[in-house]
Design a protein around this ligand. Structure first.
Ligand code: AMP
Ligand code: ZN
Length: 503
């Protein structure tokens, strides 16, 4: 049974879906006025893992994520760049999707855009006016917070405390807006058009929707209420999700969300990474020098609800962790290719059992509120055990079936976390230099890299039997530079290969 920590109840709850075997899931997408930073990426990767894992556990998941393509921040950026808000939104939504693909984050089933859902939002706002939860004021429409007795339930806030906090925040430009509100706590559902800004026709004149509206309208339209999971970063709990909840509950007259999930903040020097603080690293810049699986490893080695410290040291540790898995996979593939003189003695029944135990341990960790750190810990102790088993008896013949069992369970578990080791392994090939070296020292005339490796081993054997140790050592050193280690055994020499990653 999967258990999920629900922000609304502050408890881990058994996960029971509305419809058997199906999950309706919504995660707030970005406001597209700039490239996303690694903090944003953390949130999107964590929910990618939630979705992938639910699928791994057999659920059919429908996943919706919006793009906020009309907003004050986009309008301001357009002014700065002397272009239109539409051009800004287009540029950065494409960049966001490209970045997500680079991070191996799966596309949502539906990716609605605010500007294309205005009629739905107008319908919701009209319903809220009709049932007394909202009012028009000079072309704006506001949600009346005090009309909702449950307001504050998600973020555990008390309305009277909110009010005193709010007064301190109001200043300057905001004062004109504030004067139109019946109550300082009320928030905008619709904003009257200002000259030169994007605007749509509405029953209240030209204008544009307030930010919170879109997620309510889109969850209702594309998933149907209530939904199972709604997610976002912890900074969205208040006011964004509190307001979404109030609008949806009052406007559609139904329960909104069963499980609210929020990711902790990615921090840099113990401070939240954010565009407004200016302490951010763009995802695309980080990916210029960092493998996406390494960044994913860094993210998933911390539980999604905890704060995560981003640093060079943590990135290096994550890189080493990725290498440990990759080295074993490459080695296993090499052993499978070299099965005739292989070196691993493995008991098939034992390996099948070890893989089964890993699967159980992995699922137990992940079922516990998506404990990716625990699940990865299980994968690493399995990798250690297998390394020991393979190294144990280098004299015996390998069992190819067991090697494949090991490879498959590692790819299965890491794949459920969204790592792309399978693809990496397919791309991993013996370097071209193997052929060149074989041509040089072994009278090799082909171009097949596997045959070239064998030709080199034969050449070394010959050199040794002719007591030409200089040549034998030259072959050994050349292979070592390419990431191969020669093991001498009674049935002949064989190679292990670490892909050159330990050099
Ligand atoms: P935004 O475009 O600002 O709405 O952010 C997109 C998503 O990234 C939201 O779910 C935010 O909660 C999340 N987010 C923003 N900053 C961070 C951070 N430092 N760490 C983790 N998630 C973040
Ligand atoms: Zn939202």
């Amino acid at each position: 049974m999967i258990r999920i920590y629900n922000t609304e109840t502050h408890e881990k709850e058994d996960f029971n879906t509305i419809e058997h075997g199906k999950v309706k899931m919504y995660v707030c997408g970005p406001t597209v006025y700039n490239y996303i930073h690694v903090g944003n990426a953390r949130t999107f990767v964590c929910f990618d893992v939630v979705r992938r894992y639910l699928q791994y556990r057999g659920y059919k998941v429908k996943f919706v994520q919006n793009i906020t393509d009309v907003d004050d921040k986009i309008i301001n950026q357009a002014k700065k760049d002397h272009t239109t808000p539409e051009a800004i939104a287009k540029k950065y939504s494409k960049a966001f999707i490209d970045d997500m693909h680079k991070m191996n984050v799966l596309d949502p089933d539906v990716r609605p855009r605010a500007t294309e859902e205005i009629p739905e939002m107008i319908k919701l706002i009209q319903a809220l006016i009709d049932n007394g939860h909202a009012y028009e004021a000079a072309g704006d429409v506001y949600f009346s917070v005090r009309s909702d007795p449950d307001y504050g339930e998600l973020s555990h806030r008390n309305i009277d405390e909110l009010e005193s906090g709010h007064r301190d925040l109001v200043s300057g430009d905001d004062s004109e807006i504030e004067s139109r509100k019946h109550d300082p706590l009320d928030f905008a559902l619709w904003k009257a058009a200002k000259p030169g800004e994007p605007a749509w026709d509405s029953p209240w004149g030209k204008g544009r929707p307030g930010w919170h509206c879109e997620c309510s309208a889109m969850s209702h339209k594309y998933l149907g209420l209530p939904i199972d999971i709604h997610g976002g970063g912890a900074d969205l709990v208040f006011p964004h999700h509190e307001n979404e909840m109030a609008q949806s509950r009052c406007g559609y007259g139904t329960d909104f969300v069963h499980y609210w999930m929020h990711t902790g903040m990615l921090q840099i020097n113990s401070e939240k990474m954010s565009k407004s603080l200016g302490n951010f690293l763009l995802l695309r810049d980080v990916l210029k020098t960092t493998d996406p699986d390494t960044l994913r490893m860094l993210i998933l080695q911390t539980h999604y609800r905890n704060p995560l410290d981003y640093s060079k040291e943590h990135l290096d540790e994550a890189q080493a962790a990725v290498d440990r898995i990759m080295n074993l996979l490459v080695h296993i593939n090499f052993e499978i290719d070299q099965a005739d003189n292989g070196s691993a003695h493995l008991d098939a029944a034992e390996e099948a059992n070890r893989a089964r135990l890993l699967r159980i341990a992995f699922v137990t960790s992940m079922d516990d509120d998506f404990n990716t750190a625990g699940a990865l810990g299980k994968v690493f102790s399995y990798v250690n055990d297998v390394n020991t088993a393979i190294g144990k008896d280098v004299m015996a013949l390998p069992d190819v079936g067991s090697l494949k069992t090991i490879r498959d369970i590692i790819l299965e578990t890491t794949g459920a976390l969204g790592f792309d080791f399978k693809q990496k392994l397919e791309e991993q090939d013996y370097p071209d230099e193997v052929v060149d070296l074989a041509v040089k020292v072994a009278n090799y005339s082909g171009s097949d890299k596997h045959e070239a490796v064998q030709a080199l081993l034969d050449a070394r054997e010959n050199a040794r039997s002719e007591k030409n140790y200089a040549l034998a050592d030259q072959v050994r050193d050349g292979l070592a530079q390419l990431g191969f280690t020669i093991k001498d055994m009674p049935q002949g020499a064989c190679l292990s290969y670490d892909g050159g990653m330990n050099n």
